[in-house]
Design a protein around this ligand. Sequence first.
Ligand SMILES: [Zn+2]
Ligand SMILES: [Zn+2]
Length: 762
Amino acid sequence: MTEKKPKSKPGAVLITAFGVVQGVGFRPFIFRLAQKFGCRGWVKNIGYGVQIHLEPGKKTGLRLFLRALREEKPPLAMIEEVKVRPASFRGYKDFRIRKSKEGESFVFISPDISTCPNCRQEIMDRRERRFHYPFTNCTDCGPRYTIVRSLPYDRAKTTMSWFRMCDACRSEYENPLDRRYHAQPIACPACGPSITLKEARTGKKIRGGISEAVSFIKKGKILAVKGLGGFHLVCDPHNEKALRRLRRVKQRDRKPLALMARDLATIRKFAHIGVAQRRELLSASRPIVLLRKKRDIPGIAPYLDEIGFMLPYTPLHHLLLEDLDLIVATSSNKKDAPIAKDEKEGLDKLCDYILTHNRPIQTRADDSVLKVEAGRTLFLRRARGFVPYPQRVPPDLETPQHILALGGELKDTISVYKNGYVVTSQFLGDLDEYENYRYFEETISHLQQLFDVRPEVIVSDLHPNFHTTSYGQKSGLPHLQVQHHFAHVLAVLLEHQVPWGKKVLGVSWDGYGYGEDGSAWGGEFLLADYLSFTRVAHFKQVPLPGGDLAAKQPWRMALAYLRDSFGRSLPKIKALERIDKKKRNLVLKMMEAGLNAPLSSSCGRLFDAVSFLTGLAPSEVEFEAEAPMRLEAASPEKIRGSYGFALLDNDIPWRVSFTQTIQEITADIKNGVSAPFISAKFHNTLARAILAVAERAKIRFGIKTLVLVGGVFLNRRLLSSATAFLGREGFEVLRPLKYSPNDESISLGQVAYALARLKKKH
Ligand SMILES: [Zn+2]
Ligand SMILES: [Zn+2]
């Protein structure tokens, strides 16, 4: 390649790079780049980025330097924006890394990153001083978010401050050409953290470290192993007895357990890995990736067609899996409590042995979980490895005020906003549980302190009885409340930087959200922009017999839908025979009398009903969405047929009635049509219902863009059919890519609403 000769003498420039560029080896990277290109000047950290004063060398143009800056950046760096402006020529003699200045603005911090190939090679090499050292890391890898106490990111402000660097580590730390230059968690066997193996019940120390731990796993014991954001419970997945015991201590009979495999070859024995799945498994974030089963391992993910795998992400994992192919690695929490980060949080009751270490965890973070749909990520849980990546807001929504959004109640997260960026927390769990609520409070104060956010506006859900709502009320700050399904749509608008004023049709489907009219919403079509929404359509309401119990016992919903479709003369359905007749009659009477049977337009409950009618759902579910997940798992992709449904009413809100759907499903069941066939037709019916509402909304309101969001859209079968139908008719379809479609993204949507309201004021 030839390069044009510069027309005049190269001038000095000031380059500012914004984004996640601190604590990721960015300054030494610039240093090396400057040396390579013969440039002089300096680089330093500023508030939310780095600043470079560059006096280009004779041979190299600025363009090449800037290209290298973007293309060769360290793996952990995430550049949001680069600004270049002329600066006065000072005639520097060399290039230097200048000391940081504490900034006023948003200082970002990288998520925790899995062990890089260089470090991995080092710990497996006998000649290296870090051979088999479980805390090896460098500027390209290691803990970040889970060990940092405050920012700017510096060793003294992490949980590594307890360890004094040895001379060998210090010389690496201070050498700009070393891979460990300013790697804050730098450590070695001489100066860093170390591991301890203990008996869980007595706390007695046991010799033998990792190799002894491995032998315990092989013998069928359950171990708690300290990772980045908390402890895993670990056992041999092929040992039935160990698995049964693990399920007993976790009080989970059927909820899927995650596996950690030594390598891709091991995973391939049990599951199919596509190109995109492989990319996610190997990514620096190392999430749990749900994969289609090839060979089942009994007891890991019963009744489902997918199984969750991850690859090792710390040196300790790599060492554990040197001599094991596969382990169960599930988060070590008591039921309804956050992941344990400390041995003292009741671990002794969950396991036989504890493999722990003395590098404290500052912030808990569960493993992230995702699957892949149409080559792109679909998050079930966004936590370790992704949090706290910042989200840029559309420039015309920016405000100088700081915002705190509290989320909903289930699968909660919080979000903080400052200077054009939102940071959304890791998954916090269900706030109705006391310990999770403590975790929520812990996270609010940590994120506020970490990012120096002083909220001037607080946002919560519309629900009057949510803990988040009362937290907002008690805060004494101006308090905004946003309807649940609207917040879902807003999260997607913000993520996709949809411009101010554009209207979309938000298909916001989940199990439950408090509606504007106080009733239970769930199958919603909202004509929305950032500021407001109109409820254009919703599922025809049916009673929820027993209120909250209806979400736990799918047979109740099956009865509600049968009664809705057939009136008093209910058809005989085999699945319902499993339920005691007296119970069934009682539930029918409740609905008749309208006692404890509130009306709801829930989409999740329709899935429950159909899953139960086809005989797939259990009479009582163990975890949320168990019935819909079994229905989806049964559905083959290739079946094209669908059932009838109706779009009622001319005035909005239109109602989508599935009366005919249920009647036809009942007929199919009586005719012996198989559950997979019914499931496929049911999924297609819902996709057609979306298209029908979209086409009517296009005529009436000129809508061309749809947003598919809400927990229901974790269903790949529905998502792919709906996207295909809509795409064929020329609609643009947006869905969450970096956040989960479920309630984890409510707090992000709440921030968008607050921004819109503040903008309108000005
Ligand atoms: Zn490394
Ligand atoms: Zn050392």
